[in-house]
Write a protein that binds this ligand. Structure first.
Ligand SMILES: [Fe+2]
Length: 490
């Protein structure tokens, strides 16, 4: 039963670009699953809630994803200007708003009015004063700044109250070039660990890594070269090491000049993981790894001279081509795998084993345990037989109970985004808290925000927050606790 009505809904359509929501059923099959963008920005008052909102949930979920100004079924999912969605839990209710990240590319396309579709790996439009990317992959708070991230450019700061764009952040001139969309907050030190790849043209072997302290100050940057140029989407850390997976989704400027793809699958290059000590001692060590493709790491930690890294492992990268442009058809589903690095061994070779039966993507943890031994993880899952491309399940992996999974299966046609964990309290047990998932309702062409007890996802949501429109498929988001939010708004 709906307990409250939506109110104070403000819609700010971009008049020159306005068109009604896309008819999903008229789109190619691969485009129906909530990929098309929405063409408006909004601020909604208290949204209708079914169930009971946990009183301890005080703060804001922010999520980011590509939302092109011009729908195009042929466009790569990863392309498109970032749109950030906020769900603020306060005063017993949830309010919502969404804004495009107003980058220079966004202004250029909007003012041009033409379908200049720009995304990862594409050149900036001509005449741009400077190129600050599309900021479409992740959004998080650090050092009292709300940052929208995309791995080819520096972060874009947003106003945490309005989501208005404040502009690119170079940390007082300390950084330039690229910055990962997956920096890692070390809960022990408060540092935000980061890396970049690609060098000046985005297609080189050059990489950097460094950290930003809790006040937002860059405290160190070091440079290194990868074995070859590739797309490096994510990395990992432990108490003592940084880990950089380099897999053969290669990058090549020469291939682009010859009319080929910027990134292509070349498994013959082999796969590697760079291990770097965080205390600055020692050189980068490149370990051989299984030839496969990984977008995302669940967690990593050390014990008994071994490093472990849990990843979602594909046979090959989905959504990317072979060097000759043919589509990859053997990517398979990503399985949760544990990579182990035995520091006592003579061979610098990482092993991989499938753990549990979870298939899916977008792994998350209770991030108070990032870099440490941990028990609980969550991901957007599907059944191994499902080739729809939809994430139809919210999956809890409990490494401490024989690697069992607890699963909430959505209704036919529905699909979930990445599940985000929120602890019940700062000092609660690992996994004691909630999972927040934005879910597309296929039958209604609309989205809901579901709130689960993180330890009992199969019991179904404890609260369902109704959003009046679709939230298109996005990538990543994070929870900002109310106290942190208040500091950022001072
Ligand atoms: Fe990602």
């Amino acid at each position: 039963m709906l307990t409250e009505s939506a109110k104070e809904v403000k819609i700010f359509p971009l008049e020159t670009l306005r068109n009604d929501d896309v008819d999903l059923l008229a789109q190619p099959l691969s485009y129906r699953s909530n990929h098309p963008p929405i063409d408006f920005e909004s601020d909604c008052g208290t949204l209708p809630v079914q169930g009971i909102l946990p009183t301890g949930l005080q703060g804001m979920l922010v999520r980011n994803g590509p939302n092109p100004l011009h729908p195009d079924p042929t466009q790569h999912w990863f392309a498109g200007h970032g749109m950030v969605h906020r769900f603020e839990f306060a005063n017993g209710g949830v309010t919502y708003g969404n804004r495009w990240v107003r980058t220079q590319r966004w202004y250029s396309e909007r003012e041009g009015g033409a379908a200049e579709l720009r995304g990862l790996g594409t050149a900036a439009p001509e005449g741009l004063a400077f190129d600050d990317g599309v900021a479409n992959t992740n959004v998080l708070m650090h050092g009292r700044r709300l940052l929208a991230l995309e791995e080819a450019h520096l972060p874009i700061e947003l106003d945490a109250a309005t989501l208005g764009t404040r502009g690119q952040v170079d940390f007082d001139g300390a950084l330039e070039g690229a910055f990962t969309a997956h920096p890692k907050l070390d809960p022990r030190t408060g540092e935000l660990l980061f890396f970049s790849y690609g060098g000046p043209d985005g297609l080189g072997r050059q990489m950097t890594t460094g950290s930003i302290d809790a006040t937002g100050r860059v405290t160190g940057v070091s440079e290194f070269d990868a074995p070859y140029a590739s797309m490096v989407h994510d990395f990992a850390f432990t108490s003592r090491h940084l880990l950089f997976p380099v897999m053969p989704l290669t990058a090549s400027a020469a291939r682009v000049q010859a009319g080929g793809p910027a990134h292509a699958w070349e498994p013959e290059f082999g796969a590697f993981v760079g291990l770097l000590r965080r205390d600055g001692s020692g050189e980068m060590e490149w370990w051989k790894a299984p030839v496969c493709f990984v977008f995302h790491v669940m967690n990593a930690w050390e014990s008994d001279d071994r490093i472990h890294m849990d990843v979602m492992q594909f046979d090959a990268p989905p959504n990317f081509p072979w060097p000759d442009g043919r589509a990859i058809t053997n990517a398979g589903h990503a399985r949760l795998c544990r990579w182990t690095f035995d520091l006592r061994g003579l061979e610098r070779v990482a092993t991989s084993e499938v753990i549990g039966n979870a298939t899916g993507e977008f792994p998350r943890i209770d991030e108070r345990f990032a870099g440490e031994p941990y028990r609980h993880g969550w991901l957007a899952g599907h059944t191994p037989e499902d080739d729809s491309g939809l994430f139809t399940r919210i999956v809890h992996v409990d490494h401490g109970s024989g690697r069992q999974t607890d699963v909430y299966a959505l209704a036919d046609g529905d699909a979930t985004s990445e599940p985000v964990f929120v602890p019940r309290a700062a000092d609660s047990e690992e996994g004691d808290g909630w999972i927040l998932s934005v879910v597309f309702r296929g039958a209604q062409t609309r989205s809901d925000l579901l709130v689960f007890d993180a330890m009992h996802v199969s019991a179904g949501p404890v609260a369902t927050v109704a959003i009046p429109h679709r939230v298109p498929n996005g990538f990543h988001g994070n929870w900002i606790a109310a106290c942190e939010l208040a500091l950022s708004r001072e």
